[in-house]
Each structure stands twice: as C-alpha cells, then as structure tokens.
Design a protein around this ligand. Structure first.
Ligand SMILES: Nc1ncnc2c1ncn2[C@@H]1O[C@H](COP(=O)(O)OP(=O)(O)OP(=O)(O)O)[C@@H](O)[C@H]1O
Length: 225
C-alpha cells in the first residue's frame, strides 16, 4: 500500500476556507491527494468530514463515484433501478427510459452480479423502503460501484453494517477503485485498510500522515474533547 510521490495530483487545496451561513466549516486546509492513495478521514461529529468530501467532489465530479451519507435512494424505484442510476451517464436518455420500463439483459446481469457481491442477491426488485438500514446502505454502495469510476469518495459508507460486512464491503470498494477517500469512525478499519489518515477537528486538519504511524489510542485522542 505504498504511495507513489510522482503520481498525478487529483485534488489540491491550499489555505482553503469554507464558510456556510455564519459558520466557519473548514479552515486553512492544505491538502494534496495523488492518484492511488487510500485515505481515511476521521474526526468527531461536526468536524467537517462531509463538507471536505463535498468540496473535493466538486473539483471533478466526472471521475468520482460518490457515496453520500444519506444514500439518496429513491423509494419509488426498485433496488435494480436505484443501482442502475449510477450508470445513467453511460447510456442515452432513450436507453435509460426504456430500461426503466423493462430492464435490458446486460445491465440486469451486471446489477444482479453486483447485488450478489453486496449480499443483496434476492433484493433486486424490492423497494428500498422495505430494506433494513444496512441493506439500504449496501444499495447506495452498489450505485456508487456501478458508476465504475476510478475515484471513490464515501461518507461513512459502511457505518450501518455489521463488522464482517463492513470489512467485506470496504475491501470490495478498495479492490474496485484506484483512489479512495472515505470518512469513517471505525478505528480498526481506518488503520487496517488505509495508507493515510486525515483527522479533522472543528474544521481544521489536525493530522495528515501515514496510518502506519498511528495506534488506536492516537485515533481516540482525535475524538477527545
Ligand atoms: N449548510 C450548512 N450551513 C451551515 N452550517 C453547516 C452547513 N452544513 C454543515 N454545516 C456545519 O458544518 C459543520 C461540519 O459539518 P459536516 O457535516 O461536514 O461534519 P461531519 O464531520 O461530516 O459530521 P458527522 O460525522 O456528524 O457527519 C457542522 O458544524 C455543521 O453544523
């Protein structure tokens, strides 16, 4: 999991501030992310993790698979169609419309395979509002995977899963993307799966360094009040 210092820069922020309303959400962020990096973003609730991910997403949405914290699922559509939404840009509007009425064989096979990998094999034609929180989260992950982009930005994408599932889904995301930035509160996952850790506190980047240099106790300290 070594990082190539010559790899192309994907994201860069210099002395970056973000103010929303009267609230200073991010302050003096200096950050460079290169292709191939696997980065965990940690920090207490309200520290600015989602805001940072959104800022990075806006830099180049076309090559990013985004998995937002709310999931953005449409309950009126099946799991199949919710996942298919991740691939809308690969097809014409006519194809997308016809697929909504009656699914085409190719995307149906692709999405069935994806559902098998996500443990949703029998849920393809269910509505998301009939699923558990963890199942809904896996549908949102499926949609992001179906974007088939090289960069994954995830806002706590495995927070509702049991430990074994969280481990498996995280590994799936890592296998399918070259570069990942994922916010998460699970210390073990952050240290086991990522090269680099960003710790945010009250909108400021208080740690940016290798995961290998940190212990679980170090991570706890970033959450201490
Ligand atoms: N649209 C907004 N207007 C004003 N303040 C906002 C807005 N969006 C977020 N904030 C504030 O910005 C801060 C950072 O929010 P953010 O959602 O980025 O934190 P977070 O670290 O992702 O939190 P969590 O772990 O709870 O998801 C919070 O104090 C929040 O109240």
């Amino acid at each position: 999991m070594s990082v190539n210092a010559d790899a192309a820069i994907l994201f860069q922020l210099q002395q970056f501030d973000l103010t929303l309303g009267k609230h200073r959400v991010l302050h003096n962020i200096n950050l460079t992310v290169r292709q191939g990096e696997k980065i965990a973003i940690i920090g207490p609730s309200g520290a600015g993790k989602s805001s940072l991910l959104e800022v990075l997403y806006r830099q180049q949405p076309q090559q990013i698979a985004l998995c937002p914290q709310q999931g953005g699922l449409v309950d009126m559509l099946s799991v199949y169609n919710n996942i298919f939404m991740g691939g809308l840009e690969r097809h014409s509007s006519v194809y997308n419309l016809l697929n909504l009425i009656r699914s085409f064989n190719t995307p149906r096979a692709e999405i069935q395979q994806l559902c098998n990998e996500l443990g949703l094999e029998d849920k393809l034609w269910h509505s998301p509002d009939r699923l558990s929180g963890g199942q809904r989260q896996r549908v949102a992950v499926g949609r992001a995977l179906y974007r088939q982009q090289p960069v994954f930005l995830g806002d706590e994408p495995v927070s509702a899963l049991d430990p074994l599932q969280a481990e498996n889904i995280l590994q799936l995301l890592i296998n399918r993307h070259n570069t990942l930035l994922i916010s998460l509160h699970n210390r073990r996952l952050a240290l086991a799966h990522f090269d680099r850790v960003l710790a945010l506190r009250a909108g400021e980047l208080v740690y940016d360094g290798p995961a290998a240099a940190l212990t679980s106790n170090d991570l706890d300290a970033f959450y201490a009040s």
